[in-house]
Design a protein. Sequence first.
Length: 477
Amino acid sequence: MQHTSRRSFLGALSAAAAAPALLLGATRATDIRIEELSHSFEDFLYRTPIKFGGTEVNKVTLLNVNVTVRTRAGKTAKGFGSMPLGNVWSFPSKTMPYEKTLQAMKDLSERIAAITRGYKEYAHPVDIDEAVEPAWLTAAAEVSKKLALDAPIPKLCTLCTGSPFDAAIHDAFGKLHNRSTYQTYGSDLMTHDLSHYIGAEFKGEYLDKYVLKQPRPQMPLYHLVGAVDPITESDIVKKVGDGLPETLPEWIRYNGITHIKIKLNGEDRKWDTDRILRVDSTTTETQTKLGVKDWKYSLDFNEKCPNVDYLIGMLNDVKVKVPDAFRRIQYVEQPTKRDLKADRANVMHAAAKLKPVVIDESLTDKEMLMLAREMGYSGTALKACKGQAQALLMAAVAQKYNMFLCVQDLTCPGASLIHSAGLAAHVPGVAAIEANARQYVPVANKGWEKKFPGIFTVKDGYLKTGVLSGPGLSAVA
């Protein structure tokens, strides 16, 4: 979020991470303050590994947050937030092992909990996020120094660690007012219009202009084909044998899949091209037998393309060899390095003429979104793991500039999938939903199938998102 004069009132942090101070000015009777806050961790093993950014991952730690908020009049409500600690994605390192970057996120979560718990002003959840985020970033720098990390904790990692805290507060705020959180972003509850957060061009506008009050009834599910996932039986070295699908045709039939995300390596143009075409031929054969005539792909390089010429060349290879496969590509995600400022010459204007090219890891604030747009990126990926407030503000900016929008998850199970799916269903223009936990860590979804069968049990290729209209973020009944 944009730095404002309000942040000049942040107090100094003690070694134990004291709470920031904020001058609120005008406040509302509807505003909340944090009364209680606690967090915990859950660990799960994947049924099969997933590879991205050149690294295989076979386990996940969830960060769960419970919060109680109250108004000045004494009315209280509880909120819940959950998110995977995606250290390999948000804090990639070639020198530090998985356990060290995960521990950094755990240590940071302790500091974020103390900062957020200690914030005692009354405010709207978006204003609370604006107040505490700078203190979170300061804490990240302090944790990095204390642990003697090879590289400091990135802003993306800090946002990911803080996201379940932010989600819990937004969830509680909606429940306190007995409405969907997505119905709490208008002038009746927000103190400031959007110009306060994201610039003068939003003067007089509120988030409710860019958010649907009711979720779309259903949305297509994007299925992931990871770089090490078997496509056909011939690719299987050893079967998992747990009763779930193990090949792409089996998954297509099992879930009625019509949208497929293909992970690519970005290191071998022929391998990437062949991977796309093999997925396409296998999918075409399966869908033809099922009588399905239309399906789509997205391509995800996780920053591994050396340059934009690699991407353009590969797309043209696909177009020449199998025009229908090229036609089915809906968008391309984060093809090159996330540090756009260090890679200014690697612009995407020519590539974006072929297919929408979206940023993911690069998106940490409005400045980066506008830089991406200047560099030719035509879209952005929103993620609940960057925070509810940030995701909605970036959705407003992207809509203002007519950018392509998608929502992706972080292999989110349980409540984190509900949060991610709710975000996708309430932001206009988002075409589909990712839900990878059902493939890689279904054990973490246990118990959620009965609460939300249309989200966690998919048979026709759609998540039934119409159920995500209850109070709060709908994660807990």
